[in-house]
Ligand binder design. Structure first.
Ligand SMILES: C[S@@+](CC[C@H](N)C(=O)[O-])C[C@H]1O[C@@H](n2cnc3c(N)ncnc32)[C@H](O)[C@@H]1O
Length: 380
């Protein structure tokens, strides 16, 4: 499966990795522009023969095509089944498959600069990152997205999560943990307020796993009078893009925030850089993530938090501190293991900020959220 495919009058187009199985090398792509979006039978015939239709033009008319294909999805079933089989084969976990529908083989496209060729164009910056790619992955070429994905992104723009502690509301695009837990934010707020007296003016702060950006924004707010500089990154490009979107929309201090490229843990940190404070609200459910969205909260065998503590000493200044968020959803053993990981890495718990919250995620009614304030133990 190649990343670039020719598309009749558009030229070479890039297909983000997540959608490549929908439009693999042997599946013909055909572009239907505004003038022929009304030719529903022609578009449908192309889909039934196994093609992928790329639609551009008025959004209302594109949605009509989508509705038409959904209504006739029984006739498309064998063709969708073929794509699904191919996807199942390529994925380790079949349960990770999104519900298949006709909408998966209807695409639209954005130009090389990321402007969707739909009318009216939605306000969706960082589009390539929002579908899990690094910003330059398209090498300047136009790129394809399923129409259903564009619908989801448009819906995410309208679903806002109020954050009273920040006096603002944030959005969360696909695969990004929505900032619903005010208790988590309150624990980090307490932690930041407690740690502040130990931080120097113009403190250097890093947030690993920034997700929606709620804690990056909280750090800027709480450490504002120190003029702290906050860097943030996440494994997922869609999380970095969501943070960038929320920061641009909600903060008057964008100059104090630098978004690093999406990368594993500390990979995006410039060589030799060390911080006064590192924040990580770690995934706390000890089991395998079955899809990208679950990467926010699942950590198989506590491997991620373990690697975090293996690596973090190289990124902290000698008097640097860590604020680590966790929850006891996976039971006391997981928590005890975490505390061993912390002490084995040579860190001591200065204080712990905890809240009990009702949960529907585990069999228990309650779970505890905790934010640990950690610093390197002095060697005897
Ligand atoms: C519990 S969420 C916290 C998100 C956000 N900071 C918040 O508090 O709402 C954990 C975040 O870590 C990210 N993550 C998971 N594994 C990672 C890794 N290996 N490197 C960097 N980030 C990772 C996830 O994508 C997710 O955004």
């Amino acid at each position: 499966m190649h990343a670039f495919h020719p598309l009749s009058d558009v030229g070479e187009v890039f297909i983000p990795a997540q959608f490549r199985e929908l439009a693999s090398d042997d599946i013909p792509l055909r572009h239907f522009t505004d003038g022929n979006l009304g030719q529903l039978d022609r578009i449908f015939k192309h889909l039934r023969r196994g093609g992928v239709a790329v639609l551009s033009g008025q959004w209302d008319r594109i949605v009509e095509v989508l509705d038409y294909a959904e209504r006739k999805k029984k006739e498309l079933a064998p063709r969708i089944e073929r794509t699904k089989r191919r996807r199942d084969f390529n994925r380790r976990d079949k349960r990770a498959n999104p519900k298949e529908s006709a909408s998966a083989i209807l695409m639209c496209y954005a130009d090389g600069a990321g402007k969707l060729q739909i009318d009216p164009p939605p306000n969706l910056p960082y589009l390539l990152e929002l579908v899990g790619e690094n910003p330059d992955a398209n090498e300047g070429c136009p790129f394809l997205l399923p129409i259903a994905t564009v619908q989801k992104l448009k819906t995410a723009l309208t679903q806002v999560y109020p954050i009273p502690a920040l006096c603002t509301s944030l959005v969360a695009f696909e695969n990004v943990l929505p900032p619903r837990s005010q208790e988590t934010i309150a624990c980090f707020q307490d932690g930041l307020r407690a740690i502040k007296r130990h931080l120097p003016q113009r403190a250097e702060v890093l947030e690993v796993g920034c997700g929606s950006g709620c804690l990056t924004l909280l750090a800027v707010q709480e450490l504002g009078d120190l003029e702290a500089k906050i860097r943030a990154s996440d494994l997922l490009p869609e999380a970095v893009a969501t943070t960038r979107y929320n920061v641009t929309r909600s903060s008057n201090h964008t100059g104090l925030i630098q978004l690093l490229p999406a990368a594993d843990l500390f990979e995006a940190v410039p060589d030799g850089h060390r911080f006064d404070l590192i924040i990580f609200n770690a995934p706390w459910v000890v089991s395998r993530a079955r899809n990208r969205a679950e990467l926010a909260i699942h950590d198989e065998g506590q491997g991620i938090v373990g690697r975090f503590f293996d690596e973090v000493p190289d990124y902290l200044k000698p008097s640097g501190r860590i604020l680590l968020g966790y929850a006891d959803a996976s039971g006391t053993n997981a928590l005890q293991n975490l505390e061993s990981i912390i002490s084995d890495a040579g860190f001591g718990v200065e204080s712990r900020h905890t809240k009990r919250v009702a949960t529907h995620r585990s069999k228990r009614k309650w779970e505890h959220i905790m934010v640990y304030e950690l610093r390197k133990c002095s060697t005897p």
